[in-house]
Write a protein that binds this ligand. Structure first.
Ligand SMILES: CC(C)(COP(=O)(O)OP(=O)(O)OC[C@H]1O[C@@H](n2cnc3c(N)ncnc32)[C@H](O)[C@@H]1OP(=O)(O)O)[C@@H](O)C(=O)NCCC(=O)NCCS
Length: 185
């Protein structure tokens, strides 16, 4: 599977592929886990695409499995002075629980720490998002605290776990994970 997973920058996507990104982002199992969980309209999505075209603080990539667009992954709050950014990601529900997330993480973390020259990547994950927390910890993210009552879902606030990964931590972790993520172990 490793070689079949690829990342394609938002600026290189066709209009049809941009529409597929929106369809996945609007899946209930995806948007319920994200900071905003409303149904995103086509015009709001286009506004986001237009904003990212000129933004130096955001970057987004579509995730492909062979030729099929299966998810998205990206950076926000890119701070070049302090060499840090936040990130977020999602996979279409039919491709979850199959190990694609590990390959997506592996390839994107190499991109982040090599091409974006970041030193630190930060994440916020809902305490109820078991798979989201587990995959971060598997990839060496350290728990850095809990932000209480940060996000409303239904009729109650939820806590967010703060996690972070530095470039040297990734350099060590990628050695440990490389063989299994590539399917060689
Ligand atoms: C987050 C997401 C990309 C994870 O991908 P996934 O394919 O569903 O996750 P997996 O099934 O591979 O689970 C990830 C890890 O958590 C573990 N895990 C999953 N559910 C678990 C549970 N209930 N208890 C303990 N561990 C669990 C898995 O075993 C796996 O570890 P492994 O690779 O060592 O086997 C995917 O669920 C998704 O897109 N969710 C919606 C959007 C989202 O949550 N984005 C992240 C916001 S921070």
């Amino acid at each position: 599977m490793f070689d079949a997973v690829s990342l394609k920058a938002l600026s290189l996507l066709t209009p049809e592929e941009c529409a597929e990104v929106l369809t996945i982002r609007n899946e209930p199992g995806v948007r319920d886990r994200m900071y905003t969980n409303h149904l995103i309209s086509a015009s709001e999505h286009q506004g986001w695409i237009d904003r990212l075209a000129t933004s130096k603080r955001d970057a987004f990539y579509a995730v492909f499995l062979s030729k099929r667009l299966i998810g998205g992954i990206g950076l926000s709050q890119i701070d070049t002075q302090n060499r840090r950014a936040d990130w977020g990601f999602y996979l279409t529900s039919t491709l979850q629980k199959q190990g694609v997330d590990s390959v997506m993480f592996f390839k994107f973390l190499d991109l982040v720490f090599d091409e974006f020259d970041l030193f630190k990547l930060n994440a916020e994950v809902m305490t109820s998002n078991t798979a989201g927390l587990a995959i971060h910890r598997k990839f060496g993210f350290q728990d850095e605290g809990v932000r209480r009552a940060q996000i409303w879902r239904g009729d109650r606030p939820h806590d967010m776990v703060l996690l972070g990964l530095t470039a040297p931590e990734w350099a060590v972790k990628r050695q440990h994970l490389a063989a299994s993520v590539r399917g060689e172990a």
